[in-house]
Ligand binder design. Structure first.
Ligand code: PEP
Ligand code: MN
Length: 339
């Protein structure tokens, strides 16, 4: 349930209303806009009577949120959420480019790629230290050593780092070492992990599950938000459909849909969505024009020898040729490129 307060609501009247709500065993989520203040009621509101709150003088309107996701809902937070990560902004009016190899393979590999990306223009360096592989015989990532190499690459280039967590056993290390923690598609509904990520103060990049609906995806975000961490970034990375030509099917229409349903930033991963390096540039441009707040692109200095996802990885020189086009489109779409 949402209470829209009148513009002239005084501090005292608002406090009185809030303590009444809390005494009912509910939590409150307040969003102060230019003209209106919105009070979101969090908890079991099914038995609440709308009329009860409309009798308060300062309440202009009482709205029922019919969707199961509440804190991720745009009704709770009419303005777009903008997340600041080391001075780079993710959300409304900004566009980020997160790039790097699928897996961190060695210090030399990640530092070399990071330097190329920095030169061409990038907002963040991404590399997997823990890899969720379909086969247990495939390369599983360098683990903590991979995080160390990422940190070296960050020191050398100044690019903040993004990496995927697969177990809360290493959560402390991720909080310490990484600037954005990625939750992969396969862990989108690892609710135990999502809850723990909700208790930290670090941005979480939440990828859409392989077959997740928008509602399921937003409910996963809700798990993180409900524990107090408001820094959630969504990532559309393609979904499973009957089509097999591409690795997944990039659901570009999810971008405007999410923008309508939620206030959270949403970025696109054209690499995992298509599985084809030659499509990455086109789909990155499409993502920007669709209203995405950024892209996450896999780049490898030697894709043919990559230990994972070589087929969908572009080279630094291909990457360099995409960036100027993104820059031009960002201008047309009035987005500030965060590089
Ligand atoms: C990845 O980012 O390398 C990855 C495994 O992505 P996803 O979880 O989207 O499959
Ligand atoms: Mn990958």
């Amino acid at each position: 349930m949402i209470l829209v307060l009148k513009p002239n609501a005084s501090r005292e009247q608002t406090d009185e209303l809030l303590s009444r709500i809390k005494s009912m065993g509910l939590d409150v989520h307040i969003s102060v806009g230019v003209d209106t203040t919105i009070v979101g009621l969090v908890g079991d509101t099914t038995k609440l009577d709308r009329l009860y709150f409309s009798s308060y003088d300062i309440v202009e309107n009482v709205l029922k949120v019919t969707e199961p996701f509440k804190q991720a809902n745009r009704m709770f937070h009419p303005n777009d959420t903008v997340i600041d990560v080391n001075g780079r902004k993710i959300g409304e009016g900004h566009f980020v480019i997160i790039s790097g190899p699928c897996s961190v393979e060695s210090e030399e590999q990640i530092v070399t790629i990071a330097k190329e990306l920095k030169k061409a223009g990038a907002s963040f360096l991404r590399g997997g230290a823990y890899k969720p592989r379909t086969s247990p015989y495939s390369f599983q990532g360098l683990g903590l050593e991979g995080l160390e190499f990422l940190k070296i690459a960050r020191d050398e280039t100044g690019l903040p780092i993004v990496s995927e967590i697969m177990s809360t056993d290493v959560l402390d290390r991720f909080v310490e070492d990484v600037d954005i923690i990625q939750v992969g598609a396969r862990n989108m509904q690892n609710f135990v992990m999502l809850r723990e990520l909700g208790r930290i103060n670090k941005p979480v990049l939440l990828k859409r599950g392989l077959s997740a609906t928008l509602e399921e995806w937003l409910m996963s975000a809700e798990y993180i938000l409900n524990e107090g961490n408001e820094k959630v970034i969504l990532c559309e990375r393609g979904i499973r459909t009957f089509e097999t030509y591409t690795r997944n099917t990039l659901d570009l229409s999810a971008i405007p849909a999410i923008k309508k349903l939620s206030h959270l930033p949403v970025i696109v991963d054209p690499s995992h969505a298509t599985g084809k390096a030659w499509m990455v540039g086109t789909m990155s441009k499409a993502a920007l024009v669709s209203g995405a707040d950024g892209v996450i692109i896999e780049v490898h200095n030697n894709p043919r020898c990559a230990l994972s996802d070589g087929e969908q990885s572009i080279t630094p020189s291909e990457y360099s040729s995409i960036i100027p086009k993104i820059k031009m489109l960002a201008k047309i779409e009035e987005k500030q490129l965060e590089v």
